[in-house]
Design a protein around this ligand. Sequence first.
Ligand code: G3H
Length: 487
Amino acid sequence: NGEMRAWNGEVHEVLSPVCIRTEKGLERKLIGTYPLCSEKEADEALQAAVAAYNNGRGEWPTMSVADRIHCVEQFTHKIIEKKAIVVKLLMWEIGKSYADSVKEFDRTVEYIYATIDALKDLDRQSSKFSIEQGIVAQIRRSPLGVVLCMGPFNYPLNETFTTLIPALIMGNTLLFKPPKHGTLLHYPLLEAFRDCFPKGVVNTIYGRGNKIIPDLMKSGQINVLTLIGSSKVANELKKLHPKVNRLRAILGLDAKNAAIITAKADINLAVQETVLGSLSFNGQRCTALKIVFIHRSLADVFLKELSAAVAELKFGMPWETGVSLTPLPEPQKPAYLKDCIADAVAKGAKIVNDNGGDSCESFVYPAIVYPVNKHMKLYTEEQFGPVIPVVPFDDLEETIQYLIDSTHGQQVSIFSNDDEEIAALIDPLVNQVSRVNINCQCQRGPDVFPFTGRKDSAEGTLSVIDALRSFSIRSLVATKLNESNKH
Ligand code: G3H
């Protein structure tokens, strides 16, 4: 509600994935603390958002589009001034390389400007009148109410803002909880929120999600839930809302994107894109390639070249030049990945590359695991880390069946140099996932393209223009044309 609350209650200690050597060995470095608010404080923030919305009569939801845009522009100027510290915190808090941290920041700013441009277009369309059957109508877009916004740890700034900014600019009021790993980096931005928006429009809460979020959902005062995270959490939260049919959910969830490398693929290209797709930010992207199907006739050469390409990647601290493999922020992740690899090995697979799966505290060296089959965890679970499960196939039907059976439906990549083969695959694939990539890795961008998924992978659509639509409703002001009604 426009105030920084002083806090002397419970705090969370932020342990960086970047380790230091101590008497006990390598340990995660303590880089800061943040307050954990109670259910009561979270409710106060919610009431501030409810009051600022004031059933659609508040200053923000009734403000002109031009004025709302002006506030967001001011906000953007202020956050640009904070770039250096936010980039530094991205490196220390989530272990993202310097180059990728800068990219995340710049992409966020570009996204905000693209959103502003898209809203100007949308607003121009709203100023036109439609006349049908003697009814003249102005069709516009109106806000939905109070939005609870939660972003992910892997893009704590960018993916948070891809929901927060469109929700805000469309006139909604917000309750925003940063991800557990990736909270400190939002601190430098709080003043910008306070200075650029009316009181109560953006309310940031720090805390343990499982402690403070359930009551917010149970209150029935949240109109929109937006979360980039796990489908399990999203489903649990939705169920808590007393009138779930009145809740709009805009969700970016789990994915197990597959690469399908056919017998007619360009192997060098497939290797290059597999490395990028599977290991950028250590495989911690919802869009990452999380399973690779290789035609059996090419398996040996593919595994050899893939291992060689992985060995070329530089492993190190986020600020080191040219580094692409960095420490992992989730403390439990190394043990989880080890367990997945051990499960596959126990069921007959091998680690193909030298040092694959070796780990030390927060570091895990990428593992290429082959041959993976449907009895292994790596076949179905979203590992979200630096492990590349490779599955041999004889008939392309096997790969289509994998997608049909999967609970996920975000993207797929096909590698083939045969146009007819690709053409025959497109319909079967695009009817299972929301994006088919031909001879390239899976990814979210460019950000103007729709970003969504089928099955458990998403609800609603993001991207610049789609997000503006997602966080608003089409409404119209209509009047009948007749002699006594000429205004
Ligand atoms: O983690 C999920 C993100 O949407 C991935 O985005 O493909 O641009 O890395 P990206």
